[in-house]
Design a protein around this ligand. Structure first.
Ligand SMILES: [Zn+2]
Ligand SMILES: [Zn+2]
Ligand SMILES: [Zn+2]
Length: 217
């Protein structure tokens, strides 16, 4: 995999890497004036997968959870949680799960409230084969770009993953071994009926049974 991914700003059509995009999208969005939305950057631990969204600050964390599941995560209805250093937000708080000393609250808390004193929230999907994301607030009082509560402003292009055999772009991941092995259609022979998952633009690619689809809000 390449170490960085690029993506297109959907407000103006220009392409940037993530470091450039943070600067760019703030200024591109500022041209639209003020509003009551937040600009958020959500990314995975590798930094290859990222999405810039504007979100209505009054929506509940549950709506963000739902959007992230549709975009990147949902495989078999695993549990998820948002957290900062002292609070953990769960769909069903006080359920005796991994709180580890944190105060547990419900996901009915608004984004604005949850991010009042925390610039960054951690988000975890699936407490077994966990996909961990960070949600960083880049700006407040920005304009919404459409009528939706949440809108994607930019998103990474699919990282380049090459076929182990011919080095052309891979579409299939063989996931039976510890490290998923990528193949293209031409080089893949399914004579052994081995377990595969599709190459897909998500930080959960190759994990558990994740096979998309990736649906944007
Ligand atoms: Zn732009
Ligand atoms: Zn799963
Ligand atoms: Zn190949």
């Amino acid at each position: 995999m390449r170490l960085t991914t690029r993506g297109q700003c959907r407000l103006c059509g220009q392409t940037f890497n993530k470091a450039q995009m943070t600067r760019h999208i703030k200024s591109c969005l500022a041209k639209r004036g003020l509003g009551s939305n937040m600009l958020l950057l959500v990314q995975d631990r590798s930094g290859l997968f990222w999405v810039y969204v504007t979100a209505d600050a009054s929506i509940a964390l549950l709506s963000v959870d739902w959007a992230l599941r549709n975009l990147w995560l949902e495989c078999c209805g695993h549990m998820s949680a948002f957290s900062d250093i002292s609070v953990m937000y769960l769909e069903h708080p006080e359920s005796g799960l991994p709180g580890m000393g944190s105060t547990e609250l419900g996901m009915d808390v608004s984004l604005k409230k949850a991010m009042q004193s925390a610039e960054t929230l951690k988000y975890e999907y699936d407490f077994g084969s966990t996909t961990q994301l960070t949600i960083r607030r880049l700006a407040e009082n920005v304009s919404p770009v459409n009528d939706e509560n949440l809108a994607v402003l930019a998103r990474n292009d699919l990282p380049q993953i090459n076929c182990l055999v011919c080095e052309k772009p891979a579409t299939i991941l063989m996931v039976e071994d510890w490290e998923p092995e990528p193949y293209c259609e031409a080089c893949w022979s399914d004579s052994d009926e081995r377990m595969t998952l599709p190459v897909i633009n998500s930080p959960r690619m190759g994990v558990c049974g994740y096979d998309g689809p990736s649906v944007e809000p």
